[in-house]
Design a binder for this molecule. Structure first.
Ligand code: FES
Ligand code: FES
Length: 173
């Protein structure tokens, strides 16, 4: 066992873990961050995406011990009361159906917009190509990200046409 210390969603944790334990399992099973789903066992789908020291990372592709002393944000730490503009845009533009890909898609989108606040549609598609969605056909996801980009730049969201009450914080707890 190895001791790892990390700040997750603003809270510092120190735990003994198996050296082979994946970060996603530590987050879900050890620290209760079940809003971060596991969608594959091949590091392909991106459902498990979190931020590690500010960068978008597939948490099934790193070991918990590799995140020692790191600062991690999961979907559960993204909003502080009100939804993050990217979460709101996914809701407004129907950027999800089953919701399984959504936590990872949103975390990857937040990182994308931090790096490129004014992406083209092509740049959004390219930036999210590591995140797979089996349901939506991506069109509404791209529209949601472009709308969030507009809102974050202060230009207001792109008009949307869909409203529902889906909880995107823990869509698959
Ligand atoms: S669960 Fe991590 S990439 Fe699929
Ligand atoms: S909404 Fe179902 S996989 Fe993306």
């Amino acid at each position: 066992m190895t001791r790892v210390r990390m700040k997750v969603d603003g809270v510092v944790y120190s735990d003994e873990v198996e050296p082979r334990l994946l970060l996603v399992h530590h987050l879900r099973d050890g620290l209760g961050r079940v809003g971060t789903p596991i969608g594959c066992d091949t590091s392909n789908c991106g459902a498990c995406t979190v931020h590690v020291d500010g960068d978008s990372v597939k948490s099934c592709s790193v070991l918990a011990v590799q995140a020692d002393e790191a600062e991690i944000m999961t979907i559960q730490g993204l909003s502080d009361g009100d939804w993050h503009p990217v979460q709101r845009a996914f809701q407004q533009h129907h950027g999800l159906q089953c919701g399984y890909c959504t936590p990872g898609m949103i975390m990857a989108s937040v990182d994308l917009l931090k790096r490129n606040p004014s992406p083209s549609e092509e740049e959004v598609r390219h930036g999210l190509e590591g995140n797979l969605c089996r349901c939506t056909g991506y069109q509404n996801i791209v529209r949601a990200v472009l709308s969030a980009a507009s809102e974050l730049r202060g230009d207001g969201p792109i008009a949307g046409s869909f409203q529902d009450s889906t909880d995107m914080t823990e869509a698959h707890a």
